[in-house]
Design a protein around this ligand. Sequence first.
Ligand code: XMP
Length: 325
Amino acid sequence: TWTTGNVIEEQVAAIRERVGSSRAICGLSGGVDSAVAAALVQKAIGSQLTCVYVDHGLMRKGETEQVEKDFVAATGVQLKVVDAQERFLAALAGVSDPEQKRKIIGREFIRVFEQAQAEIIAEAEPGEPVEFLVQGTLYPDVVESGGGSGTANIKSHHNVGGLPEDLEFSLIEPLRQLFKDEVRMVGQELGLPDEIVHRQPFPGPGLGIRIVGDITRERLDLLREADAIAREELTAAGLDRDIWQCPVVLLADVRSVGVQGDGRTYGHPIVLRPVSSEDAMTADWTRMPYDVLAKISTRITNEVPDVNRVVLDVTSKPPGTIEWE
Ligand code: XMP
C-alpha cells in the first residue's frame, strides 16, 4: 500500500545505495518540489549533499529567509547561498520585453548556479567525487516532456532548478513517481515548514515578470510590499486554499492621477490577479469577497509609496494567461 512512510523509506534506501560515498548537489528555488527532493536526499545521505540557493533578488518578501533559516532548521541541510542580486539587476537593466526578461533570468541563473557547482566540486575531498544532481521532477513533468503533444509555446517557462543538458552529472529525481499533493504529504512527513509545503505556485522568474516595464530595485521593493500585504490579507481571510494563486502586478509604465491628504498624486496602479484553477492550463478569476478586496486596496494605497490605485483583473484563462508577462 502507498504511504508517505513507504515512499520515504524506499527512496532513502535507493538513494543511499546509488550515491555511495559520492556527493550530490541540489538547487533550491523556494518552491515545494525542490525542497522536498532536497529533504529526501538529505535524509538519505546527510552531509554528502550540498544545496545551492541563488538569491536573484526577484523573490517575494520573506521567501529567501524561509529557505535560509526555516528550511535549514527543519532539515539540517548544508546550504550555499549565492547573493546574485546585483548581477541580475545589472543584466536586466532597461529590459521591459517579457521574453527578453525570461531569457536573461534563465541564462544568468544557469551561470551563477554553474559557478557555485564548480566551487563545490573544487572543495570536495578526493575520494568523494561530486557526481549527482538532485532535481524535483514530478510525475506530470515526466509525462509532459515525454508526450510530445506539440502544444504551442506561449511563454518560455523557466524553472529555477531547470539546468542545461550538457552537465556531467547523474540525476537523482526522487519525486518522479509522485503527484503534487503526494509531494506535499511527503514534505509534511519530513517535517518541512507549512509555508514551504503549502506554497502556492510562483514562477521561476519571480517578480521580474510581475513588473510591467523594466526592473529596478525600487520597483521590486515596492511590489514586494504590495504583494506581502495582499498575501497577508488573503491568509487572514482564510482564502489560501481556495485561491490557486494571486499574482500581484505592478504597472510600472502606467501612471494615474489620484488625491491623497490634500494633495494630488501621480502614481502607479497595482493589479490583483486572484485565480482559481486545477492545473494552471485554464483558470477563472476568483470571485473573492469584496471586503477582503477593500482591505487589500486600502492597505496597499496607504502603505506602499507611489501606488495610488488598485485594480482587479477579471479575465479568465484563456484569453488571459495567469501571469501578466
Ligand atoms: P501562465 O501565465 O502561463 O502561468 O498562465 C501558468 C502557471 O505557470 C506559472 N509560470 C511559471 N512557472 N516558470 C515557472 O516555473 C515560469 O517561467 C513561469 N511562468 C509562469 C504561473 O505562475 C502559473 O502558475
